[in-house]
Ligand binder design. Sequence first.
Ligand code: NDP
Length: 258
Amino acid sequence: MLENKVGIIFGVANKRSIAWACAESCLEQGAKLAFTYQGERLKDNVEKLTKDLPDTLVVPCDVTNQEEVDAAFKAVGEKYGKIDFIVHSIAFAPREALEGEFLTTSREAFLTAMEISAFSLPQLSLAALPYMKEGGSIVCMSYYGAEKVVSNYNVMGVAKAALEASTRYLAEDLGKHNIRVNAISAGPINTLSARGVKNMGTMFKHIEANAPLRRNVEAEEVGKTALFLVSNLASGITGETIYVDCGFNIIGIQKPAE
Ligand code: NDP
């Protein structure tokens, strides 16, 4: 399905990362993939995970460093000559902002969360544009806390709201270039980032009890949806936020469990 397609995967920290699940789905369908990592700390992880992949490239890319972003795209462009899709699976907020009240979020935490988790989407899209001459697809990862209050998610919910709105504005700007932009709103998954949010365990139990499918979603299921969105199967879909959350978002008031 993705033979001769080139993608960049942003946000692999380890094998539990949603980005890695997306990579595995795309690799199974024949895509060539470049990977980015943030900081030397993660370089080893990403290099180890990708060492047996054919024709791959691993480059540093901290989105707070524009020179690094430009260099990453240049390296990918020079190696493959084009980019067909991007998986944006990046987010960050200081840990102290992910507990207690949103009201007390510091200016610094707010700006950091917005820069890394939301601004990075238009930033990477603009950098990709010169390499997406045959059109393309951009997919990012959001969460339900963008639209409803989820305890402790706080400033990250606000950043995800900005990410989803950015998805729509970018879809309009890039549609004329035949580039589609979509978000996946994933249910909670036990990754490194998720562990930064206080009381995740309670959240997993709540979903298991209340989601229509009575379970939590798996990273692999998010990966399969990313594959669909970057593939030609989704050629008519842009500007959307697609839920991959075992149906949790559709529930209003439920009858008590029997
Ligand atoms: P991971 O921790 O595995 O991935 C997050 C990635 O973002 C890491 O690779 C991280 O690197 C990277 N990152 C952080 N800061 C920067 C930066 N300045 N520049 C470049 N990369 C950076 O967690 P997930 O796989 O869970 O997260 C992936 C995406 O999915 C995020 O957008 C997250 O909000 C979203 N999501 C996650 C859900 C979950 O429950 N896990 C649910 C819904 C959405 P580093 O480790 O160095 O910080």
